[in-house]
Every structure is written in structure tokens, then in C-alpha cells.
Design a protein around this ligand. Sequence first.
Ligand SMILES: [Fe+2]
Length: 237
Amino acid sequence: MVLVDTHSHILPGIDDGSPNIMISKKMLEAEKSLGIGKIILTPHFYLHEQGIDAFIEKREGAIEQFAPVAEKLGIEVKYGAEVLYTKSLADLELDKLCIDDTNYLLIELPYQKLSGNFINEFRSFVGSIYPDIHLILAHAERYLNFTDEDSIYEIMNCDMLVQLNSGDFKTFYKHSKFLYELLYHDMAHLLGTDCHNIKSRPPNMDIAQKAISKKISPDCFRHLMRNAEKVFAGKNI
Ligand SMILES: [Fe+2]
């Protein structure tokens, strides 16, 4: 089975991920050694820092260096972004930030308590872009450091796919229960490494593969990978 990473910061020199093409190459080699054959590159997009066109131009520069290295290693790649939600996103041409030829967009919520007002605003935003854009919620478990479970469940109910970070399946992770609840109830659809470098936040799909296979079943992990294949191909899950 070829594994798919749906969330990564391997493109060089574009965000707080890989600083240069040498590190990018090492990260790709690490991905490959774990059986990853397809990767979606999702550098951070912060609207308060730059507009979409400036982001795309910068990303093109990084791709120029990166694409031949990935190709040489036999890894298929697609390019997207991890978009930090703000209300004004609704006024933008968001299709430009979708994963290449798909209508999938990886979205990250602000790290704060998610109030009822925020959830209503977010729900309207999702409605305003539907059905042109299909959102993927980045690392759903991470918001638990800032807000309560119920508010995250409300956000997930806004008709989105849900992605979990592979490294958070490590032993003794403080929100493990939440991760497994989502998987048991088929409320999480995708895994990503969210790798940023080779030391502190490396490619680590093996952590999720081992933990999910042991605690739920190998088939559950395979199911998540099949979902990722579909997203990569722009198909519905
Ligand atoms: Fe990320």
C-alpha cells in the first residue's frame, strides 16, 4: 500500500517548515522510507501577511526547486496551502488556494476559545463557499488546547472533512481519547504528518500507522489512506 501524506510543510523557504532544498530532500527521503508515495504540500497561508497572488508567486519559486527533487525520488506531489481562517477569506478567490486540480481546501482555525459567535460566523462562511469549495479541517485535535470538545464537534458538523496529525498518536498524548473517539465514530477522514523539519517535527506517519493498527485495526489505517488517495485524485469521499 502506498501511503499518502495530506498535510506537510516540505516546500523550501516559504513558511516555518523546511528552510532550504537540502532539508526538503531529507524530509522527502524520510517520507519515502516510511512508505509515503504521495504528498500534498500545504505551506501556511496567512491573509494578514500577504495576498493570494503574492503567495502563489512565492510558492511557484519554491516549486521550481522542489519538483525535480520529488520526481527523482518517485514521489507524486500536489500543491495546496494551509489557510488560516479569517472572516475576510469569503471575499477572496479561494479556488486558487485549493489543492491543485481539486476543490479541497485545507483550513486551520485560530488557536483561541471558539465562541458561539465564532462558530455561527464560520458556519456562514462554509455555507457561502459551498458547493464550490470543500473544506478539510487541519489537525482537529490541536484546538483542544484552547477550546472545549463541544465547540470542535460543532465546527466539524459544518460539513467538512477532518484531518488528524499522525504524531499525535504517540503514547500518552493528552488528547488521545478524542482522537480515537473520532476514528471509532467515523468522524475523522484523513491523516497528515504536518511535518516541518527533520528533527522536532519530522515525517512520522509510522506513529499513526502503528497506534491505529494496534488500538483499532490495520483496516482503519488503510481506510484513512484510501480516503487520502481520493482527496489526492480530487474525488469525493
Ligand atoms: Fe500545518
